[in-house]
Design a protein around this ligand. Structure first.
Ligand code: GLY
Length: 385
């Protein structure tokens, strides 16, 4: 098992445990007296490893509850339901509350644990690639409120995050690729070697999956077999992405500076997701798909900015947009944003991250080199129009 630590100064504040199996989870839970598990209902129904997790819980008579984890249920109501259940169970200040599920589950459970009895300990067992490389690391918790995503919440670190790639085998290709976008984002921020390794592996997986389907194999089975076949290489990449994120969070836990870089692609992505939700046919984009399109738009903005800013011209890789587009295409990520820049700008103006009219925009100069540049939304609009 690999262990990655998150620090605050010299103090370890959270552990990330990575193992291709669940034995280590049983050991990790064994060190706590009072454990309570909150699991995403969809994981309990569909994830083959949920049975193994249930065995671990039953062996120690650990109580569990199920939650519906969707954007629409990511609310204070669900947080209060979790708190009521903890009260019913008699959970005390020595409790460890464990979230089993994707980012929505961990955000809600982390928040509930952070306010229950003024804060009890919590841990995460992320079951999506997106949460293994991003959401379950770094302590951002929260829920949606009124028309804002994640507007109520706290930054508070889990005791540990247990990452097991075996849990990913039942993910659909689309959900898997959603996590891939966040993984590539993490590497683009500061690690070009792993970025290229990831692109190589993921395009091989995509090619193999496509040729199996052309040979008449079932789409779902073919995808699951590809994930299983490449699970060793995936484990290494997930671990490397977790290391990058752990490093960023250790240096800037409260997102005053460097952690903002983890929002690469997200200014556009949030606008894309908002516009997708307004469509009469409903939300038609995953978070990762929006992030992939957002990263490409950010790369385009970078190239356009270089034409008018000499300092940026010095550091900007002029092939970045094309290179990323080719890479994303080879992996199967979407590359064409269906929305007009004018419509995205309208949404950006209302984003909670636009402080005093300025967006701390994460601008990629090259793979492995991104910087924060403050733009107004109107400046973004005039550069992209
Ligand atoms: N998902 C971005 C962050 O944790 O800061």
């Amino acid at each position: 098992m690999e262990q990655i630590n998150i620090f605050s100064g010299k103090k370890t504040i959270s552990h990330i445990l990575v193992e291709n199996g669940l034995d280590g989870l049983s050991v990790a839970l064994g060190t706590y007296d009072r454990v309570y598990v909150v699991m995403d209902n969809a994981v309990a129904m569909c994830c083959p490893a949920a049975g193994q997790i249930a065995e671990i819980l039953n062996a120690r008579s650990i109580p569990g509850m199920l939650v519906e984890a969707h954007e629409s249920t990511k609310t204070m109501d669900t947080v209060m339901t979790i708190c009521s259940w903890l009260l019913e169970q008699g959970a005390d200040r020595d409790a460890l509350v464990v979230a089993v599920g994707g980012g929505i589950t961990s955000d809600m459970v982390g928040f509930a644990a952070s306010i229950y009895k003024r804060g009890v300990r919590f841990a995460y067992v992320p079951t999506t690639l997106l949460s293994q490389v991003d959401a379950a690391i770094g302590g951002k918790t929260g829920v949606n409120f009124e028309r804002y995503k994640n507007i109520l919440g706290v930054i508070r670190q889990p005791e540990f995050t247990y990452i097991c790639p075996q849990l990913l085998v039942s993910l659909s290709e689309r959900d898997f690729l959603s996590g891939v976008a966040e993984m590539l984002k993490t590497f683009i921020i500061e690690d070009n070697e792993n970025y290229y390794d990831a692109v190589g592996l993921l395009s091989d997986m995509n090619m193999e999956h496509c040729s199996r389907m052309s040979a008449g194999e079932d789409e779902v089975e073919s995808w699951q077999e590809c994930v299983e076949k490449y699970s060793g290489e995936l484990l290494k990449l997930i671990c490397e992405a977790a290391k990058v994120k752990a490093g960023v969070v250790s240096r800037d836990q409260y997102e005053k500076d460097e952690r903002r870089k983890l929002n690469l692609g997200h200014t556009f992505a949030h606008a894309i997701e908002t516009l997708a939700q307004r469509r009469p046919d409903g939300n038609d984009v995953t978070h990762g798909e929006a992030v992939a399109m957002g990263i490409l738009l950010a790369a385009e903005l970078s190239e356009r900015y270089a034409k008018q800013d000499e300092a940026w011209m010095e550091i900007c890789d002029y092939d970045l947009h094309k290179r990323l587009t080719d890479d994303f295409l080879s992996i199967g990520l979407p590359v064409n944003c269906p929305y007009r820049i004018e419509d995205m700008a309208e949404v950006m103006k209302k984003d909670k991250k636009a402080e005093a009219g300025k967006v701390h925009f994460v601008l990629p100069a090259a793979v492995g080199d991104v910087r924060i540049v403050d733009f107004t939304v109107d400046e973004i609009l005039s550069l992209m129009a």
